[in-house]
Every structure is written in C-alpha cells, then in structure tokens.
Design a binder for this molecule. Sequence first.
Ligand code: 5GP
Ligand code: ZN
Length: 118
Amino acid sequence: MSENCVFCKIISRELPSTKVYEDEDVLAFRDINPQADVHFLIIPKSHIESLAHVDTSHAALLGKIMTLASVLAEKEGSINGFRTIVNTGEVGRQDVFHLHVHVLGGDKALPAMIYKRS
Ligand code: 5GP
Ligand code: ZN
C-alpha cells in the first residue's frame, strides 16, 4: 500500500470501483473513463510503480495478469480479440504510477495504433 496512490485506495476499498475480477494477487476493474466499449484495468495488489520497476521475481505475477487479460476480456464481452496497453513512465504517458494493464475491446475493431511509421 502506497499512500496517495489511487489504485492502492481502490484495492483497499477506500475508493469504489466496478470490479471485474479479484484474487489474492490481482484486481481487475473497469476504467472510469473508458476508451472502448470494453475497457478495464488489471493491477497487482502490491504497489509496483510501473513496468520499468519489475524484475524476474515478478515474472509469475506478470504472467498471471496477461493470462487473465484474455479470460476477462471474453467475460466482459470482447469475444473476437482485444488490445492490451501498458503505458510506462513519462515517454509512455503513464498517469497513474501503479502498474496496470489496460484491456480494450468490444465487438467492433478498435482504431489503429497511435501511428505507424511508413
Ligand atoms: P495510464 O494513463 O496511467 O496508463 O492510465 C490510467 C487509467 O486509470 C486511465 O485510463 C484512467 O481513466 C484510469 N483511472 C484513473 N483514476 C481512476 C479511478 O479512480 N477509477 C478507475 N476505475 N479508473 C481510474
Ligand atoms: Zn499503488
């Protein structure tokens, strides 16, 4: 638990969220400002700042999060695929510094990636 971390407050239920999944290691909840018909976040319950702050000791946890992405995307109604995004640090435009995997989907194709170099 890190003080002043909005996602730690969601884990401790100090702040409300719409839960998608929870176990002893992770919590998944809908994004408050959805960018697609399906948009939820999967976070570790331990406060890890970002993907730039993990090491091999986190491999199983990260594996669990990525495995859950697929299961939960389908459960949330994204049957034909989805997109995962992990914004990291300043360059990645990360806003909340508690590691989270965005899962976006729905039943129509998402816009293309931000841009493609030719
Ligand atoms: P980032 O830009 O750090 O990758 O994404 C942070 C995400 O967290 C944003 O999509 C934002 O809408 C979401 N978010 C921020 N505060 C809250 C909150 O209090 N509740 C929920 N459910 N989502 C939040
Ligand atoms: Zn936190």
